[in-house]
Design a protein around this ligand. Structure first.
Ligand code: PT1
Length: 278
């Protein structure tokens, strides 16, 4: 499988790691560390050296409880970082946003794909992507980050998330965004209780029915604490979840700890393929 993003081809014959670069003062695991564009560039260079295929640059935290960030503030945070990283590193850059103006300006600054927890539902977002050639990661989220963990309810979380993603894929294609530009993500932790996250993880292979690259973000999420991981020690648990996700077909694994995650992903992929080095 592969994905087309702004004139580039992301090869997905084996799973890849998307490194997280939060340019926010409030992000849950590395708040404020990379607000300075030079510090952000240094972190991007580190993740590239560790083997990231994509760097995901975000100016709006979407962790549970986080407040929305206005487009102009997101632009102030992410544009200098996108420009600097695009000028220095050959890998793909994604912008973690829902805002149409941020999508447009990030694309002009050198981003290759949009990673959107609102799956292009914000007014104008679908059109902003359709007007260019950026790739898109469509993520499922129930509600908004500020309130999404307040009593989320599903009758059948796997079916409901799949139906939602299939509808968003359809809307993208109807708006003129080619299928080759899309990937999907069930949105672990986005309006989901631990039981919902576990059902999605166990049924992850079913998302392959949509015949699109499957992305996941599990790194350092609170579901690990719910599963018994120590609060300050989320790496081992994150690697366990990344391994399980790859065994169930994930091809893009979003993670903070790129080198360790890539090891886990490579091993899981090789075991899955029945060969070595997959
Ligand atoms: C994700 C993701 C993302 N997650 C993609 N992009 C976040 N494609 C940001 C918690 O429960 O899963 N996939 N971009 C971060 N969101 C969260 C959600 C962070 C929940 C933490 C939690 O702790």
């Amino acid at each position: 499988m592969q994905m087309r993003c702004a004139g580039r081809v992301l090869e997905l014959d084996r799973p890849v790691v998307m490194g997280v670069l939060n340019v926010t003062p409030d992000s849950f695991s590395d708040g404020g560390r990379f607000l300075d564009p030079d510090a952000a560039l240094a972190q991007a260079e580190r993740m590239a050296a560790e083997g990231a295929a994509i760097i995901d640059i975000g100016g709006e935290s979407t962790r549970p409880g986080a407040a929305a960030v206005a487009g102009d503030e997101q632009l102030r945070r992410v544009l200098p970082v996108i420009e600097r990283v695009a000028a220095r590193l050959p890998l793909l850059l994604s912008v973690d946003t829902s805002d149409p103006e941020v999508i447009r300006r990030a694309g002009a600054a050198g981003a290759h794909l949009v990673n959107d927890v609102r799956a292009l539902r914000a007014p104008g977002a679908l059109e902003a992507v359709a007007a260019g050639d950026l790739g898109v990661c469509l993520i499922h989220m129930r509600g908004e980050p500020a309130t999404m963990q307040v009593d989320p309810h599903y009758d059948d979380v796997v079916a409901e998330v799949q139906t939602f993603l299939a509808e968003r894929v359809h809307s993208c294609i109807a708006a003129g965004i080619a299928r080759e530009r899309l990937c999907i993500d069930p949105g672990f932790g986005f309006g989901k209780l631990l039981a919902h996250n576990l059902q999605l993880l166990r049924a992850l292979a079913q998302f392959q029915r949509l015949e699109l690259p499957l992305a996941v973000g599990l790194s350092r999420k609170s579901m690990l604490t719910g599963l018994g991981a120590r609060a300050q020690e989320r790496l081992a648990g994150s690697l366990a979840l990344a391994t399980i996700a790859v065994l169930h077909g994930a091809l893009i694994v979003r993670a903070h700890d790129v080198a360790a995650t890539l090891d886990a992903v490579r091993i899981a992929s090789a075991v899955k393929q029945g060969g070595s080095g997959g």
